[in-house]
Design a protein around this ligand. Sequence first.
Ligand code: GLC
Length: 617
Amino acid sequence: MLRARVERWWPDLLAGLTPLYGAQRAPMLAADLVGLASAAYAARPDRLHVRDLERMLRPDWLQDPEMVGYAAYTERFAGHLRRVADHLPYLRELGVTYLHLMPLLRPRHGDNDGGYAVVDYRAVREDLGTMNDLEVLATRVHDAGMSLVLDLVLNHVAREHEWARRARDGDPAYRTYFHVFPDRSGPDAYERTLPEVFPDFAPGNFTWDDALEGWVWTTFNEFQWDVNWGNPAVLREYASIILDLANRGVDVLRLDAIAFMWKRLGTDCQGQPEVHAITQVLRAVTRIACPSVAFLAEAIVAPTKLLDYLGSGSYSGKVSDLAYHNSLMVQVWSMLASRDVRLAERALNGLPPKPPSATWLTYLRCHDDIGWAVMDDDAAVVGLGGHAHRSFLARWYAGEVPGSPARGLVFQHNRDTDDRRTSGTAASLVGLESAATPEDVDRAASALRLAHAMVLGWGGIPVLWSGDELGQPNDPDWAAEPGHEDDNRWAHRPRLDWVRAEQRHDRTTVPGRVFTDLVELVRARTRLPHLHGSVETRIGPVDDPGVLVTLREHPVGRFVGVHNVTPEWRCWPGRRVHDLGVADAEDEITGEPLPWGGDGNVWLPPYAVLWLTTDGP
Ligand code: GLC
């Protein structure tokens, strides 16, 4: 078994290592990695070998419409790793099959960027439990029919990590684990083309360290030291960490901030080709030892760059299995704010198709802010100014535009570029928080259902952020916690409100309405093979700028999603309904017939959604 896998993946290993470290060193490095993988294979528990086999027999497991994700901080969801299992029935009720527990490997004390500053990848955060608790939980998660997803922070470590400590102690081998410059000439040369990720609280990309007597690369916060992937010893360390987590039962690794892993002078140091070569190598290592493990690329990049993380050119199908569809996320919010689908039609239809074996992760929002990634060219084609529209979205979702019911917060206003990002829970952004009348509540809840329908009906794994299933608003006390006061992303990372959760079956309450709407959507999704993730979604012709039509041509039949993104009644022309072959279809979500008007057109109520299918092409 192992031998067959090594034979299968050896060429991918070599092909990935060669551009990174040269043709001469590549075979030796590959042999060393095979040694690591073989040892991990031998140590892998039998039940995980069975999981490997099951998933090799179903290589499209991530694309199954049954896949529904949920992301939460362990402490904010359940308090402790040992108590997460108590809440698995709640997640099952929602249809969850993919559980992402936010960073829980041991972080530095004090501010740690929500766990993204790791001091020890082989230990769990003290107050959340132990590695043994994690292993036990992984088994419970598997038994409940779910996969366990964890973050792997591979662009940086905490400055208190052992590698950094040794570098500071003067060990030259560890100094080369980082990008260290003796004076400002290197940093200044790079800074000319580098953007800033956190201009507000962490300006610049380099931090002086007295012990190192040098400037160290810190893309994010100054306590997060970027590691040097140009050093093959770093790659070996991470390969070993991945194999360790895999053997504890982790199914999917979220490759955090993957775009930043390779630096090149004169560029923005994001998405360099070497990033994909590294991913290919790490993937080949896991395919040898633990093929049930998948990679999720966290690359929040321009729409045109997104596809590279699922593999383009020679990397097609060889890098990450999953990637965040941040372009869809942005367009959903853009459609709701502008009540117009033309930009979305342009931007989403402009994306080249992904490799059929790769899968989108779709989401309405996550633990991070929303960056308004609208391309100037796309905006221009539909008569908008790129900057003006991005600025409109940031102001709309901060509730600054007259008529906006949103209650988001501006995150990282960059005064040089006037770029503004947005924080907020789905409920606060959509207007549930500010709703003063039953009509307001109805409107906002319908808009949220519509937004969720787009995310669940796109194809790929929809991932819900904890609390959004109950319509939880922003946490008003987000700034009260030490270390959080400058980072308003904490506003949208509330503790799950279990009292609120008790209302989830009562549709007269906001939590009940949001939760039952979601359950209905999840059930419909699960029944529809048309939503298999291998199939591309296209946006259909725009007959009314307020109506988005999505089309999926699956061998079992066509899927047509119809979305009125406005708070008004809108018309879907009868001739189009007939052309698409869905005139007699019933809505797959509710079982209701089409809302035909007496005039031969379909009339869509405010924020209506229809999922329609045909039998056969
Ligand atoms: C990713 C995380 C974000 C974090 C950053 C640095 O983008 O999602 O929360 O701040 O990486 O690790």
